[in-house]
Write a protein that binds this ligand. Structure first.
Ligand SMILES: CC(C)(COP(=O)(O)OP(=O)(O)OC[C@H]1O[C@@H](n2cnc3c(N)ncnc32)[C@H](O)[C@@H]1OP(=O)(O)O)[C@@H](O)C(=O)NCCC(=O)NCCS
Length: 208
């Protein structure tokens, strides 16, 4: 039996908890959600789910324990990835998500309801796709990127690590961004960008 501890108890968690249960049900495996991990809010019972909240150092490695990261913020996701680097991670794969038979997904992926990963898109590890995110053919997405609801990454885009996309952001075909960028809600990337920018507006302009 797999036992899941969910990292994070914020608004993201409140949405993802239900999708996680849908994903577990669809998998037809024996998987139990055992609790929540939150280093700022532990030794309590979460009022929404009635799950116990633990401090991260209380969770000891076991091959049957899986960590699920229910956090959108890139820096907090980094903390979870580092703290639990020797643990197994769980991927949420909502039954309404559509994944091409040619797509490749790495570990600890979140596919929220109505996501589409099309064609031969490749996602490395720890990527978080909120509702109705679309990743198109020939895209390559590296590690720990977070996509807000309705993000559209069109064909042949390249994305590095630790980028955060606000809801409704668009990358037009063939564009590239590297690491640690924040893309505003409803902003459109029409050029290539390197690292550490806020890219805002349509067409998106960089602010460092
Ligand atoms: C881009 C973003 C991160 C900027 O946040 P910030 O650094 O606090 O920036 P500010 O709010 O100070 O705004 C800076 C300027 O950009 C403008 N701006 C901010 N976000 C914008 C957006 N998405 N589109 C167009 N303009 C935007 C502001 O109006 C402001 O303009 P001004 O300088 O002329 O006054 C934020 O506005 C945003 O879009 N976040 C995405 C949130 C989201 O979708 N999360 C998903 C949750 S699941």
């Amino acid at each position: 039996m797999k036992n899941i501890f969910i990292f994070g108890s914020s608004g993201h968690f409140k949405e993802q908890f239900v999708w996680l249960k849908d994903s577990i049900k669809a998998s037809r495996q024996k998987i139990e959600i055992r609790g929540i991990i939150d280093d700022k809010n532990y030794n309590k019972i979460d009022q929404l789910t009635k799950l116990k909240i633990y401090k991260s150092n209380k969770i000891k490695y076991d091959k049957n324990i899986f960590i699920y990261i229910a956090v959108g913020n890139i820096n907090i996701r980094k903390i979870a990835i580092k703290k639990f680097s020797n643990f197994n991670f769980f991927s949420l794969n909502h039954p309404s998500a559509i994944v091409s038979e040619f797509a490749k997904l790495g570990k600890a992926t979140t596919l929220s309801p109505n996501c589409v990963v099309a064609g031969n898109a490749k996602l490395d590890d720890y990527n978080n796709l909120n509702t109705a995110t679309i990743i198109s053919h020939d895209c390559h997405i590296q590690n720990n990127n977070s996509f807000g609801p309705g993000t559209k990454i069109l064909g042949n885009c390249k994305i590095g690590n630790n980028n955060y996309f606000g809801g409704g952001a668009v990358m037009i075909p063939g564009t590239r961004i590297i690491d640690n960028n924040t893309i505003g809600a409803n902003s459109t990337i029409v050029d290539n960008f390197k690292s550490n920018f806020k890219i805002i507006g349509s067409p998106g302009k960089a602010k460092s």
